[in-house]
Design a protein around this ligand. Structure first.
Ligand code: IFM
Length: 468
């Protein structure tokens, strides 16, 4: 078969098959929530004894973030959480996923905890519970204490001790009230973008630093799980989360594209989950991972594994991959959604909700896979005002609806997935992209801090409360 021309019509990839959904299809025990993260929402970057994080420093480096935006104030959630939780309650969304900022708890990353930092999370957890909202806590969503970066950060194996010590402080303080825990948020994203591509904090572009950080993050994922299990009372559930995208070869009839797609799948989707499941790194598909051996010590293969109670699946799009001679070690390149002429979000990511189904299928196919929870899923779209004072976001609503349909499809196929969290509750600081991409079910006017529930937020509220 000849190679296809570059300007393929969108129809080349089949369009989304909608699956009709209603809340009742999921049963009463399914968890419905929204997700958020400390650096993206809290602001108060130096309040009450908090130390600087690698993101506080990275955003201050010239040219790193559009319009020189920072998370210094963000959604000011640190001060406005009572009103935001009131809104969540009003929207009848029962579960809330947030992260703890390590530098609030340990300003220098090690040593005695900062009482004001732990007090804040204490109030936040109580604030959830008194409103009937179930808190889901992530220990690490990318805001490493800057002091630890100066000691090598994730590239330093001492990270294992620093991280488990931090996990212990958080578990000791909040473990009596928080039942759902996640160790890391998307290790491939923070290690890849932070240590190989230099796009995220700490802004490194070092293959050796990347490999060291991979191994230490994979170990910390499991060691963090063990530290939590040792401290948390039953019935705590311990999970960790993974970024993942369904990988399709650009020209499926070309074996070099198929092999390239397998390598990218190993890197983006398999690198962190397989060691956690006791399967080791996916070296057979991505031989360059042999270099990880340099950082391994005796007993590490066993230490990489941990029996998580659930895996968090975080999916936004899919990737189409072709062979490329220009990318050493990976020998692959992404074929961008714009080039493919398919529908895209504000970030240029393809709108392809089936990717979520495919990822649930792929992660559930491991023989010892625990239950799955979709801990993030969503889409950035710019607002289109229709009438003064009114906001509608049909594209976001359609995306959420179609994605939830794919979760139902997975459940009907027998896949054990028992939660869905939309990213994100409110608009927030989208890392290297600043404030422009809008992911929120709730719009934030960052000048006035005013919140406005979008059409998608109202729809999600009606859906999860069964009144839709
Ligand atoms: O905003 C991020 C989040 O912090 C991690 N997962 C992907 C989201 C959208 O890019």
């Amino acid at each position: 078969m000849p190679e296809l021309p570059a300007d393929l019509p969108p129809a080349f990839f089949p369009p989304t098959t909608p699956v009709a959904v209603s809340r009742a299809d999921f049963g009463p025990d399914f968890h419905w929530g929204v997700s958020a993260a400390a650096y993206q929402t809290e602001g108060a970057w130096n309040a009450d004894g908090k130390g600087p994080s690698i993101w506080d420093e990275f955003v201050r480096r010239k040219g790193r973030i559009p319009r020189a935006e920072t998370g210094d104030v963000a959604c000011d959630f640190y001060h406005r959480w009572p009103q935001d939780l009131d809104l969540l309650k009003q929207l009848r969304i029962p579960d809330f996923r947030f992260s703890v900022a390590w530098p609030r708890v340990q300003p220098q990353g090690t040593g005695r905890p900062n009482p004001a930092g732990l007090d804040y999370y204490d109030r936040l957890v109580d604030g959830c519970l008194t409103r009937g909202i179930t808190p889901w806590l992530t220990l690490y969503h990318w805001d490493l204490p800057a002091a630890l970066q100066r000691r090598g950060g994730w590239a330093n194996r001492d990270m294992l001790g620093w991280f488990t010590d931090y996990a212990g402080h958080v578990a000791a303080r909040l473990g009596d009230r928080v039942q759902h825990w996640m160790v890391l948020n998307e290790p491939m994203a923070f290690v890849g973008a932070g240590h190989l591509l230099g796009l995220h904090a700490p802004g490194r572009r070092s293959p050796a630093g990347f490999l060291a950080a991979v191994h230490h993050a994979a170990l910390a994922q499991a060691e963090g799980g063990r530290a939590l299990r040792a401290l948390l009372p039953a019935p705590a559930r311990i999970g960790t989360t993974f970024s993942c995208s369904y990988i399709t070869p650009w020209r499926p009839w070309l074996s070099r594209d198929v092999r390239a797609a397998r390598r990218v799948d190993a890197l983006l989707n398999r690198l962190f989950v397989e060691p956690a499941l006791g399967l080791g790194y996916p070296v057979a598909e991505l031989p360059v991972l042999r270099w990880l051996d340099r950082y391994k010590r005796a007993g590490d293969e066993e230490r990489l594994a941990f029996d998580f109670d659930f895996l968090g699946i975080q999916n936004y799009t899919r990737e189409v991959v072709r062979h490329s001679a220009l990318m050493p070690a990976l020998w692959a390149a992404l074929v961008g959604a714009r080039r493919r002429g398919v529908p895209i979000t504000q970030l240029g990511w393809e709108v392809y909700p089936e990717s979520l189904y495919e990822m649930l299928r792929q992660f559930s196919a491991y023989p010892n896979a625990p239950r799955l929870v979709v801990t993030e899923n969503g889409a950035a779209f710019a607002d289109e005002p229709v009438a003064p004072g009114q906001l509608t976001d049909p594209a976001r609503q359609a995306f959420l609806q179609a994605s939830i349909g794919q979760v139902l499809r997975a459940r009907r196929a027998g896949i054990a997935v028992d939660g869905y969290f939309a990213w994100s509750f409110t608009d927030n600081f989208e890392w290297a992209e600043g404030y422009e991409p809008r992911f929120g079910l709730v719009k934030v006017d960052f000048a006035s801090q005013q919140r406005t529930v979008r059409g998608s937020g109202q729809w999600y509220s009606d859906f999860v409360s069964g009144t839709e």
